[in-house]
Design a protein around this ligand. Sequence first.
Ligand SMILES: [Ca+2]
Ligand SMILES: [Ca+2]
Length: 188
Amino acid sequence: MTTASNSGSTTDTLTNVTAPAITGLAKAFTTVVLYEGATALGTVTADANGLWTVTTASLGDGAHSLTAVSSDATGTSSASSTLTVTIDSAAPSTPVITTALANNATPTIAGTAEAGSTVTVTVGGATYTTTATGGNWSINLATATPTAGVLSLNANGTNAVSATATDAAGNTSTAGTQSLVIDTTAPR
Ligand SMILES: [Ca+2]
Ligand SMILES: [Ca+2]
């Protein structure tokens, strides 16, 4: 799969590009057909260096086992090893921020999001990222290091919190929001 077609990490074979470009090497000037099972997804001629690239038809979400078969003018053909490409074009559901009230000036903010997704939380002018391990995430504002901004909370009042989740294919959810009320004043 070409780097341009490989969203998120480029070292895996997971992408949100539904019609990815698949590239490979064959004998120079041979005809290359890319198959999923018995279905031909595209045909191309390898260049002088044997390089070929086929942009597939739109593939549905899920795993696809792709094989390239090259044939030369004498009819001799050879098949590549199988490349499994997984398409994930669905964004995670909107994260939920469960922490709405705290009695300390730098509380831990917790919530839920798609399991394994990267959660980006913005509060008090600072942005943090964490992983929703098993679907749960938390940020301890007393100890966490922002990825951007400087934390400045209203220690006696309302703080807007927002969170988005990004899956391994690079799809990002809509933002979940919460009003975090911090009240550090003891009753009299
Ligand atoms: Ca990827
Ligand atoms: Ca997804």
